[in-house]
Design a protein around this ligand. Structure first.
Ligand code: FAD
Length: 419
């Protein structure tokens, strides 16, 4: 290792690797090292997208993100949009294909393809990959940074914090990056899990439906916020609910709870219908099949197990004949099918969350360079920032976009300024 590195990057996940690559490509010959506490790089990349790594999305807009101001998020995304990220991977030999909702995956359907391409490019560019280098402290000394690690200490003229958030801490992203950021003058927007499965009260009916998946619209009504409605696939589990729509909603529920705002989440099991149209359907079913049992009549609308669970939940016998189905019962069933309150008690937490909400506020960063407004020479990229995306490749896109901005800006520094 040289006495003083040009750029030290703490964290060798998606954002750290990409920052190093972009900086080295823009200014070959820079002395760049990635320091990571893990023994092997890329643990989170390898589990992403169910082991297939959803690298980005065909359409990426600020509305797919929460946290920092949409205006700043837009600027960052525009600086390195999804089509450039996709081209970056194709240039590295990673062929991509599109799946539902515009998600882009490697053709191999194997996250190793993405990780190996990034590692090979880092190697080609002579970037030092220092694993088993957990950083415990950083401080500025004169015009450089001193970095204490579990191995030997290091110095660098420029520092990048790419330490991720708190999600899936066993991969190495355990939140210590926030302490490092604070020690360099930053504040932290309180963190909560996002994209996490949700726990339901133990006496609810979820366990009976374990393994069942279907479309649903979830509506989050939180105090002092506009109701938010998200449609997608829900998976019932032994602990509660999961699936893309639930993961997306978990963030809204957690932020409301963090801010002591009362929040309810209701499920509409018939997306596309209104309560009025559902009631009309029930009336039509009763007229057409008066002797049929309620659960059988409803089987044209919903999975049988779900119907039985909902009927029992609202104390309606599944074998009630349609002709004996009273008006108040019909109205109660309509409410249960279109706006059933879900008794959420918590999420499964950071151990199961795909991403972290909260982090270093974007207002403390110059979004044209990803440089800290608190400590010159420090850049921050990826999930450590107070931005989290919905499910669909958006969190990786955030990593690639912030990395590209930081990498370019860092490289440019060596032509002009602090070097
Ligand atoms: C199960 C799962 C599935 C996911 N699937 C997708 C998906 O398909 N598409 C998508 O867009 N997003 C997905 N995500 C989210 C995405 O993986 C993250 O948003 C993204 O990896 C963040 O990249 P990052 O580089 O900022 O942080 P990370 O990938 O978390 O990397 C941070 C790195 O910093 C290191 N580090 C932390 N602290 C220190 C320290 N003190 N010293 C040294 N090293 C340190 C860690 O070891 C780690 O290697 C998924 C996440 C999970 C958990």
């Amino acid at each position: 290792m040289p006495e003083i590195l040009d750029i030290a990057i703490i964290g060798g996940g998606a954002a750290g690797l990409a920052t190093a690559i972009f900086a080295a490509r823009h200014r070959p010959g820079l002395r760049i090292a990635i320091l990571d506490g893990a023994r092997k790089l890329g643990a989170k990349l390898l589990v992403s997208g169910g082991g297939r790594c959803n690298v980005t999305n065909v359409v990426v807009d600020p509305e797919h993100f929460f946290g920092g101001s949409p205006h700043i998020v837009k600027r960052v995304l525009n600086a390195f949009p999804a089509e450039r990220a996709a081209q970056f991977f194709r240039d590295l030999g990673v062929k991509l294909h599109e799946e539902e909702h515009g998600k882009l995956f490697p053709d191999t359907n194997d996250a190793h393809t993405v990780l190996n391409a990034l590692l090979a490019e880092a190697k080609r560019l002579d970037i030092a990959l220092l694993t088993d280098h957990r950083v415990t402290k950083v401080r500025t000394k004169g015009d450089h940074f001193e970095i204490a690690t579990q191995a030997a200490p290091l110095s660098a003229s420029h520092l990048v914090l790419a330490t991720g958030g708190r999600s899936l801490p066993k991969t190495g992203s355990d939140g210590t990056g926030y302490t490092l950021a604070e020690s360099l003058g930053h504040t932290i927007v309180p963190t909560t899990p996002a994209l996490a499965p949700l726990l339901l009260a133990p006496d609810f009916f979820h366990a009976k439906l374990s393994g069942l998946t279907h479309e649903v619209t979830l509506t989050v009504r939180a105090e002092n916020a506009k109701p938010q409605t998200i449609t997608g696939s829900l998976l019932w589990t032994h602990f509660g609910i999961s699936g893309p729509v639930v993961l997306n909603v978990s963030r809204l529920w957690h932020r409301a709870k963090l801010e002591n705002r009362h929040a309810t989440v209701t499920a509409d099991f018939l997306p596309g219908d209104t309560p009025e149209s559902v009631e009309k359907k029930l009336i039509a079913l009763a007229a057409a099949q008066p002797r049929t049992h309620l659960n059988n009549a409803l089987s044209s609308l919903l999975p049988a197990r779900l119907i039985d669970a909902v009927l029992t939940h609202i104390a309606l016998r599944p074998n009630t004949q349609m002709s004996q189905f009273a008006r108040d019962q019909r109205q109660s069933l309509t409410r249960a099918l279109t706006a059933l309150p879900l008794p959420i008690t918590d999420s499964r937490g950071f151990n199961f969350a795909e991403v972290t909400a909260g982090g270093v506020p974007l207002t403390e960063i110059d979004s044209a360079t990803m440089q800290s407004r608190k400590t010159p020479g420090l850049h921050l990229v990826g999930e450590i920032l107070d931005v989290d995306g919905r499910i669909g490749g958006f969190n990786f896109q955030w990593a690639w976009s912030t990395a590209h901005i930081a990498g370019r800006a860092l490289a440019a520094n060596f032509a002009t300024g602090r070097a």
